[in-house]
Design a binder for this molecule. Structure first.
Ligand code: SAM
Ligand code: DTB
Ligand code: SF4
Length: 331
């Protein structure tokens, strides 16, 4: 059922009249998911700032002066308290992020405790810790990790324009370690780095053509952070953003496609278009890692107006979410 397209075919799909493109994306979405349910994750930055990498979009890189409040690794009890609040607010997944090039083995032990405790609250667990070796991935899996987030961010060709302290292949190697350890993969990218639509299509093709595509695909819109090299980058055309979401849905029909960072800068109407184009996951809660996200009251109001429901803890069969009901999934 996995649709494998080459660059020419994927570009033709991307450039379809918008109605036709959205229809195809909706059809794919309804084949695998119930159409009005959105998976909801909450983020927490467990170690903030002073990152040695030079990702030109990131407020946490030590290469740029962004006025960020730097924080060492959080205490276990504070992390668990934040996870409990996220669960009470209706999140089904708790995602903990650390600004490291990669964790040291002693960090893995500490983060492992956080994962176990968060998991025991009945939440899905996700961490994003940078580059990961196979043995480290195995230890996280043993601690109860469900998802590892590691974005490829953009096309292989454009990657060096954005980050030079690690390679595209480094990212793929980490994704491979994560996959081989039996952890579900969360990997996507950012729009608004100065890349072309062709780069966006190529990025999605890399993800879709992995041996197993990621179960979760975050599509971020650049939040322009003063002090980073990309602070003055031009805005993404909103329809190109929607087209990218739709193509992601068509290429990876069984994956959660997450409308990720940048929602605060989007209108309700643009977010609604993204849901129509097949996005079925968001970050929920007033903070992403360091940047602001819409407050829960605003998202709850939007969900109410659109008739969307927060998805309960998804059930999986061989890493594929099982639909709520066959009936809902029909056209
Ligand atoms: N350090 C880890 C890493 O790079 O994998 C994890 C945290 S990092 C902040 C996770 C992702 O957040 C990045 O890969 C990028 O896609 C996204 N991100 C970071 N800064 C952003 C920004 N200003 N706007 C939108 N997305 C951003
Ligand atoms: C992802 O793709 N986006 C999230 C999550 N994965 C870790 C992070 C967005 C970060 C936005 C900037 C900030 O909050 O610092
Ligand atoms: Fe570090 Fe991740 Fe930010 Fe890059 S995106 S500077 S690796 S925290």
């Amino acid at each position: 059922m996995q649709i494998k397209l080459n660059l020419k075919e994927a570009t033709e799909v991307f450039n379809l009249p918008l109605n036709d493109l959205v229809f195809r994306a909706q059809t794919a979405h309804r084949t695998w998911f119930s159409p009005n349910e959105v998976q909801v994750s909450t983020l927490l930055s467990i170690k903030t700032g002073s990152c040695p990498e030079n990702c030109s979009y990131c407020p946490q890189s030590s290469h740029y002066e962004t006025g960020l409040n730097k924080e060492p690794l959080m205490e276990l009890a504070d992390v668990v308290a934040a996870a409990r609040r996220a669960k009470e607010a209706g999140s089904s997944r708790f995602c903990m992020g650390a600004a490291w090039r990669g964790p040291r083995d002693r960090d893995i032990a500490l983060v492992g405790q956080m994962i176990s405790e968060v998991k025991s609250l009945g939440l899905e667990t996700c961490v994003t810790l940078g580059l990961l070796r196979r043995s480290q991935a195995a230890a996280l899996k043993d601690a109860g990790l469900d998802y590892y987030n590691h974005n490829i961010d953009t096309s292989p060709e454009y990657y060096e324009e954005v980050i030079t302290t690690r390679t595209f292949q480094d990212r793929l190697d980490t994704l491979d370690s994560v996959r081989k350890s039996g952890i579900k993969v969360c990997s996507g990218g950012i729009l608004g780095l100065g890349e072309t639509n062709e780069d966006r299509i190529k990025m999605l093709l890399v993800l879709a053509n992995l041996e197993e595509p990621p179960e979760s695909v975050p599509i971020n819109q650049l939040i322009k952070i003063p002090g980073t090299p990309l602070a003055g980058e031009k805005d993404v055309d909103p329809f190109d953003f929607v087209r990218t979401i739709a193509l992601a849905r068509i290429l990876m029909p069984k994956s959660f496609i997450r409308l990720s960072a940048g929602r605060e800068q989007m209108s309700d109407e643009l977010q609604a278009l993204c849901f129509m184009a097949g996005a079925n996951s968001i970050f929920y809660g007033e903070k992403l890692l360091t940047a602001n996200n819409p407050v829960p009251e605003k998202d709850n109001a939007l969900f109410g107006r659109l008739g969307l429901k927060k998805m309960k803890l998804p059930k999986y069969e061989k890493n594929i979410p099982v639909m709520a009901s066959q009936e809902q999934a029909s056209l």
